[in-house]
Ligand binder design. Structure first.
Ligand SMILES: Cc1ncc(C[n+]2csc(CCOP(=O)(O)OP(=O)(O)O)c2C)c(N)n1
Ligand SMILES: [Mg+2]
Length: 351
């Protein structure tokens, strides 16, 4: 993989983690109201999928969507301002954490209703198909959403009409406190797509490179006119379902095991930051063996640890600035809310 892309993905993974951890702090201090569903542990899914997409593709997501919006290019300050309910937020402060929206970046919304994303994705996919455009819709959803009627109705329609939709299941194994084998008759989510003859596969959702590769392949199939595709990303959330959930239904050892060995951010750093062999190591093996020493290095290039430190400092400053921007921004007025309603009444077409 090209090293520039690898670095961009690493940066987004780090931004995702830093943004969400800061949002948790702001929530605890009372600066963010309502529900707040955070993404730590799942970064490799959003980052891997969205870096394989084109700017012309559409994205539809759930209430756990801050990172999807960030990776799509919505500035951190506009996402944070939306979480704070401020007028400068990407939904004018009228949506909050679960309803981020950015028409310009084709981020067609986070949705609070489980299973709501499917019909919206299908509608956009239908519009694309009618116009015969080379675009696709990426539809994110959780493992808990696959028992909703909308899931089955939408997969059926997508397959029947060969709609350009990529279904991406973020399988973090839990629907709030209910583990997947206790809410789903088929715990391997990707197998459900067979019922609609949609090609489906399962990937390691903790490995950003694996997710990226699978998405590239699936999108290539969609753009070749082969209809919808399905990817199940197996992942894990490190925090509770929302800030209101201490997550006490999970064994501590389970969480600790994931955090210590499967953290997608640590894995992404390891993928990106590789050290060249030292002079002593080269001398020890002889120059003929340099190739074997360097063979494990990423072909794309070298990213020394000090670059990582600089990247992390830059991200910390970006998140700090986002919080400052959000807290200094005004709240929307009643007239703003009225204007937003009027705008829809005039039949504005969003797609
Ligand atoms: C139709 C509907 N039923 C119930 C809820 C309450 N609810 C909010 S999130 C959630 C769990 C969804 O779990 P999953 O799809 O696995 O997504 P995750 O939160 O794990 O990302 C439920 C039941 C809802 N928002 N909408
Ligand atoms: Mg889940």
């Amino acid at each position: 993989m090209e090293s520039g892309l690898l670095k961009k993905m690493l940066r987004d993974m780090l931004l995702a983690r830093a943004f969400e951890e800061r949002a948790a702090q702001e929530y605890a201090q009372g600066n963010i109201a309502g529900f707040l569903h955070l993404y730590p542990g799942e970064e490799a899914v959003g980052v891997g999928v969205l870096h394989a997409a084109e700017p012309a593709d559409y994205v539809v997501s759930t209430y756990r969507e801050h990172v999807h919006a960030l990776v799509r290019g919505v500035p951190a300050r506009m996402v944070m301002a939306e979480l704070f309910g401020r007028k400068t937020g990407c939904s004018g402060g009228l949506g909050g954490s679960m309803h981020l929206f950015d028409r310009e970046r084709r981020f067609m919304g986070g949705y609070a209703i489980v299973g709501e994303t499917f019909p919206i994705a299908i509608g956009i996919g239908y519009a694309i198909a009618m116009r015969e455009l080379p675009e696709a819709v990426i539809c994110f959803f959780g493992d808990g959403a696959v028992n909703q009627g909308t899931f089955h109705e939408s997969l059926n329609m997508a397959a029947l009409w060969k709609l350009p939709v990529l279904f991406v299941c973020e399988n973090n194994h839990y629907q709030i406190g209910t583990e997947i084998h206790r809410h789903s008759a088929v715990a391997e989510v990707y197998k459900r797509a067979c019922g609609y003859r949609i090609p489906a596969r399962r990937v390691n959702g903790m490995d950003v490179l694996a997710v990226h590769r699978a998405t590239e392949e699936a999108l290539a199939q969609i753009r070749a006119g082969n209809g919808p595709q399905f990817i199940e990303c197996e992942t894990y959330r490190f925090r509770g379902h929302s800030m209101a959930d201490p997550g006490s239904y999970r064994p501590k050892v389970e969480l600790q095991a994931y955090e210590s060995t499967e953290d997608p951010v640590k894995i992404a750093i390891a993928e990106t930051v590789t050290a060249y062999p030292t002079a002593e190591q080269i001398a020890a093996v002889g120059s003929d063996n340099i190739a074997s020493l360097t063979g494990s290095l990423r072909s794309g290039g070298h990213f020394p640890p000090e670059h990582l430190d600089a990247m992390q400092a830059e991200i910390a400053a970006e998140v700090e600035a986002a919080v400052h921007f959000a807290s200094e921004s005004p709240e929307p007025t009643l007239a703003d809310a009225q204007a937003a309603l009027d705008c829809n009444r005039q039949g504005e077409v969003l797609v």
